[in-house]
Design a protein around this ligand. Structure first.
Ligand code: AMP
Length: 557
């Protein structure tokens, strides 16, 4: 057993599930997972009060997958979700966690897509159906036996389903399933209508809730930034430029994320290291010592790995990934503000996590104000300020110690003191851009997501929320063409994979590649208009993450 799945193994999950968890890098169950997994494994009905971000999907997916028999080719589990977007996310989670279960198939059933292939997948024996209620009822109208073999039912975000008017559909679905099934209901809130459903359709459910105690975090200045998940690294890099920090801990959720972010920071010249459950105890102690004595300034850690860190130099905590619950938020930000000093905590919030932010505010009894992503001008000002602060204290003393040398160098080179000072500045700033145009080009603007919520729910046929796919592409940079590949987040693609492949195989310079936008089932890359056809031919056989890249020019209209 590896260290990282230790907590999961003790819960009694199937060995195949544990090895899939090792692959995704989860180190420890979240609180809702600790509580829900044993109950669901035991076969009891359950009501779980938890919202997005607590790890609730895995809390039901892992035990259900542990119980499913992949050799039986018939629907065994039904997960109902209020929106198409959530249904797809849950289906993807089931696929991830069942990677080591040969023969296990998942089908997502939602409106707006043809019914034929969905029904075919069900008839061919997909063991897990993840569906929005409206479309599932359409299937039941065609074939009332579709759900006759279901043994496990999950209602995910039940309160949202009722808000969207799915009550009648739910009744039809309940009637179409065997009464011997196990039923689990997850909901952020438990209004009367949800309790009534539980009363009628669940059998002596066990009630699980993550207790929220009020916590105090008075000496810590807190703020949040709204951002899309695929832009977090970029955002962290910008924030680091303008925040005046001494030492900093960045919290992420997985082992892989600690490695990815730490190497992105190192690449930008920060003294950063990753800390996760895979790192041996003595190495972990070395990392913490280095953070204490200034050999390191940034540690990127998972919650488990950061436990007990007490380093007075830590002025900042970045919550790059949302914590599972307010308690772990309070625990995380308590890494700063040590020894009576003031600390600062920043929380990155994706649109789906707004609710968790509200819960944190309620539990801590404090408003977590919003900050905007620094723009290029602010980044530039911060760089110049750092330079000024570094040089100002040296000026008086250096003239005495180095004045003569300066005279000699200007004479030897035959230049003015201004020209020499400029050369020295160029050297000390080590090529770091200090003019607005270059800073802007260097750090493509990542627009925040403040303002209108992107997850606007539409009351169309399937009442879906706006999918990631439909987000408008950002405006195109000058002299650039936008290209598209059918590889996206669901293929495990990140911007750095595309960047690496195009740089290596296309023989381009880094500056030649503009913005990269990763969507669920495709990605967009900005490339130079000049010589584009030649470049695309060059990349014709390129593969990324084992799949053909097939980059094509993309036209928006
Ligand atoms: P959910 O609350 O189900 O929307 O999950 C929120 C996020 O937490 C998802 O991105 C999961 O992949 C991630 N996650 C869930 N459980 C764990 C865990 N035990 N360790 C690390 N990440 C997790």
């Amino acid at each position: 057993m590896t260290q990282e799945t230790g907590g999961f193994a003790a819960l009694g999950l199937h060995a195949n599930i544990l090895s899939a968890l090792t692959a995704v890098g989860y180190e420890e169950p979240s609180p809702i997972q600790y509580q829900a997994i044993p109950v669901i494994l035991s076969g009891q009905d359950m009501i779980g009060q938890a919202q997005t971000g607590t790890g609730k999907t895995a809390a039901f997916a892992l035990p259900i997958l542990s119980k499913i028999d992949p050799a039986k080719r018939e629907p065994q589990a039904l997960i109902l979700a209020p929106t198409r977007e959530l249904a797809l996310q849950v289906a993807t989670a089931f696929e991830t966690y069942s990677k080591q279960m040969p023969g296990l198939n998942v089908v997502a059933v939602y409106g707006g897509a043809p019914m034929g292939p969905q029904l075919k997948a069900i008839r061919q024996g997909a063991q897990v159906i993840v569906a929005t209620p409206g479309r599932l009822v359409d299937h039941l109208r065609r074939d009332e036996k579709v759900l006759s073999t279901i043994q496990y039912l999950v209602l995910d975000e039940a309160d949202e389903m009722l808000k969207l008017g799915f009550m009648d559909d739910l009744e039809v679905i309940f009637e179409a399933m065997p009464t011997s099934r196990q039923s689990v209901l997850f909901s952020a809130t438990l209004p009367h209508s949800i309790r009534a459903i539980a009363e009628k359709h669940l059998r002596e459910p066990q009630h699980i809730k993550i207790a929220a105690k009020t916590q105090t975090v008075s000496r810590i200045e807190q703020a949040h930034l709204m951002i899309h998940a695929d832009q977090k690294t970029n955002a962290v890099l910008r924030l680091l430029e303008v925040e005046e920090f001494d030492a900093l801990i960045a919290f992420v959720r997985t082992k892989q994320a600690t490695l990815d972010l730490a190497s992105a920071l190192e690449a930008k010249g920060y003294k950063a290291a990753a800390l996760n459950g895979d790192i041996a105890q003595n190495q972990r102690e070395r990392v913490i010592e280095s953070l204490k004595d200034g050999r390191l300034d940034i540690v990127v850690a998972t919650d488990v790995a950061a436990r007990g860190i007490d380093v007075p130099r830590i002025t900042h905590v970045f919550n790059v990934d949302m914590p599972y619950d307010p308690e772990s938020y309070v625990h995380r930000i308590g890494r700063t503000g040590r020894a009576g000093r003031d600390g600062r905590a920043l929380l990155l919030v994706t649109p789906r996590e707004r609710r968790m932010l509200q819960v944190i505010e309620r539990v801590t009894g404090q408003k977590v104000g919003e900050v905007k992503l620094p723009n290029a001008q602010q980044v530039l000002d911060a760089r110049i300020k750092k330079l000024t602060n570094g040089l100002a204290p040296l000026v008086g003393e250096a003239e005495a110690s180095h004045g003569e040398l300066l005279d000699r160098l200007t004479a030897d080179i035959g230049c003015s003191p201004r020209a020499l000072a400029a050369a020295l500045l160029k050297k000390v700033t080590n090529g770091q851009p200090l003019d607005l145009a270059t800073v802007e080009r260097d750090q493509p603007l990542v627009p925040g997501v403040s303002g209108a919520p992107r997850e606007r729910r539409e009351r169309d046929g399937e009442r879906s929320s706006e999918p990631r796919e439909r987000r408008a592409p950002m405006p195109l940079g000058e002299g650039r063409a936008r290209c598209r590949t059918a590889l996206g987040a669901r293929d495990g693609i990140a911007a750095k994979n595309l960047l690496g492949a195009i740089l290596n195989e296309g023989g381009l310079a880094r500056e030649a590649i503009g913005r990269i936008q990763i969507r669920e089932s495709f990605s967009l890359v900005e490339l130079p208009e000049d010589g584009l056809e030649r470049l695309l031919t060059k990349l014709k056989d390129t593969r990324v993450a084992g799949k053909p890249l097939k980059l094509r020019r993309y036209r928006e209209d």
